[in-house]
Design a protein. Structure first.
Length: 177
């Protein structure tokens, strides 16, 4: 079994993540979810993941069913109550802010392997987990995350995007597992 090393995001690399990693869908949640629904119908991705509580809540309420949801019970660093995951399988993972924890990475790998109806509940912060998800998911998959005060970002996983994510994570500082 692969043991994933914990990675820490240096302050100098933060600016590289400010721009959306994929297509930015702007507008109110009802508008962005409609645009996402159209993309899902057109692209028929092999897998679909969502990162972030606000985005996950809006997508689930719209009746869309991501294979993987990654949440931390926080929206813009403010605690929010737990959400109803229905009959989704729940995996828990630690992931401190500014980190990709090795245990969180393992939980993502398990979620990707399970392929359907999994929620990963993060103790800490889920933002950076988009990066290992890109590396783990198959090409053609979609990963959606929120862009605060703008809308949602849809990342289409490609071999090029996977290489970029792996390179970015390799440049992060190594933490202790």
């Amino acid at each position: 079994m692969t043991t994933y090393k914990t990675r820490l995001l240096p302050v100098a690399m933060r600016a590289e993540l400010k721009a959306p990693l994929g297509r930015l869908l702007t507008g109110e949640p009802s508008e962005t979810v409609t645009k996402l629904r159209d993309m899902l119908l057109n692209l028929e991705p092999p897998s679909f993941a969502v990162v972030g509580d606000f985005t996950t809540k809006n997508i689930l309420e719209a009746g869309l069913e991501p294979n993987i949801c990654i949440i931390d019970h926080r929206v813009m660093r403010t605690d929010v109550g737990p959400m109803d995951h229905g009959d989704r399988r729940i995996l828990n993972a630690p992931n401190p802010a500014g980190t990709i924890d090795g245990k969180a990475w393992e939980a993502l790998k398990a979620a990707v392997t399970l392929k359907s109806r999994v929620s990963v509940i993060v103790e800490g912060e889920e933002d950076l987990l988009v990066l290992p998800l890109i590396a783990l998911m198959s090409p053609g998959s979609l990963i959606v995350y929120g862009q605060p005060r703008e809308g949602m970002v849809v990342v289409e996983v490609s071999e090029e995007m996977k290489r970029w994510a792996e390179d970015f994570m390799a440049r992060m500082e190594e933490g202790s597992n």
